[in-house]
Design a protein around this ligand. Structure first.
Ligand code: NAD
Ligand code: SER
Length: 313
């Protein structure tokens, strides 16, 4: 069957890179980018784009009918820091938006859906090191609560409606092609830009805040690998733990300083520190490795040199 893929939230940090990769795989005209804002030049010029609000069911229906969509990647969400400021809007977009898409999948017989969760589904009582796939989940952030609800809804729709829902609990993502959209881990992108512009950076997290992180090429690989796997290999229908590399702001600053002479990082933790404090330090992703062969390629050293090489270019 000829797949037609709709990527909603295509103008964001992940969508900017994922759409380009999907178009290489499935053909430019078979990947429809959609968002409420205009995407990057590459996404806009590389294939079809639709202005689409996931809170408007009629619009979604029209786009699905127009393009005969067979798969959806739903990336639209409010991220952790922004969600804390706008709790109701975050619930509406992150949970009602997902429910809109799940019910539309059911109605239009769209069998395959990718929806990302986050390490924010874990909370203060979750084991912080090597956090298992199944463990205590007591998120105490607006974003984490919405992602945990989303995981349960995906599992429910898989069980009751047979929708092939697939999901990854992304760690904090780092890439050079797009700016991050209001998360707690955004510092790890800002620091590169400021290092090259000003030779200094004032970090909004404390220097020893170790978090699970991942370079964008690994995140895109994980997404594609999961979506391309035979469904018999997918036992987790809530969301898979995947791990890239864990580091703190001071680890990252020290690695950047090896390439940017005289770079200095200072630390002025703000309210985002509280969010980061509730999340794991490292993730056990053995289930994803065993079931669908997940393996990251980038460690801190290689990610840092690749980021700087691309930002300097
Ligand atoms: P982002 O904020 O960069 O992009 C989200 C996009 O959704 C934006 O382009 C925005 O315009 C769009 N959007 C907002 N409201 C919309 C609506 N009503 N209808 C259609 N589009 C709308 O986010 P991202 O970093 O690309 O994240 C994508 C997904 O991955 C989200 O679900 C996020 O929670 C998850 N995730 C991201 C990270 C990360 O570090 N980036 C980590 C864990 C999970
Ligand atoms: N990077 C994301 C955030 O900080 C984690 O889901 O919100």
């Amino acid at each position: 069957m000829n797949e037609v893929i709709l990527v909603i939230g295509a103008s964001g940090q992940i969508g900017t890179e994922l759409v380009v990769r999907l178009r290489e795989m499935y053909g430019e005209s078979n990947v429809i980018a959609a968002d409420i804002i205009i995407p990057s030049y590459d996404v806009m010029e590389g294939g079809p784009f639709e202005l689409l609000d996931i809170l408007n069911k009629k619009q979604i229906h029209n786009v699905i009918e127009k393009h005969k969509v067979t798969q959806i990647y739903l990336l639209a969400a409010l991220l952790s820091a922004t969600a804390e400021h706008y709790p109701k809007a975050a619930w509406e977009l992150n949970v009602t938006g997902l429910l809109n898409i799940l019910s539309i999948c059911e109605k239009h017989n769209i069998k395959k859906l990718f929806w990302p969760s986050s390490i924010a589904v874990f909370g203060p009582r979750t084991p912080k090191d090597n956090t298992p796939q199944v463990t205590i989940m007591d998120p105490n952030t607006v974003y984490g609560i919405s992602k945990q609800a989303g995981e349960r809804w995906c599992e429910y729709y898989h069980e009751h409606q047979g929708i092939d829902c697939r999901s990854i609990r992304y760690p904090g993502l780092i890439g050079y092609k797009a700016t991050p959209g209001g998360g707690t881990t955004d510092y790890a992108v800002h620091i590169f830009h400021e290092a090259l512009k000003k030779n200094s950076y004032d970090c909004f997290l404390a220097e020893d805040t170790t978090l699970p992180m991942m370079y964008m090429p690994d995140a895109i690989d994980a997404t594609i690998k999961l979506m391309e796997s035979d469904s018999t290999k997918i036992s987790v229908r809530s969301s898979y733990n995947v791990s890239g590399v864990s580091f703190s702001p001071s680890d990252l600053a020290a690695e950047i300083a090896k390439h940017v002479q005289g770079f200095e990082c200072t630390y002025t933790p703000d309210e985002r520190q509280q969010l980061a404090k509730s999340w794991p330090r490292s993730i056990d992703d053995s289930v994803a490795r065993e079931e669908w062969g997940w393996q990251p390629s980038f460690d801190l050293k290689h990610m840092t040199s690749d980021m700087l090489a691309n930002l300097r270019y």
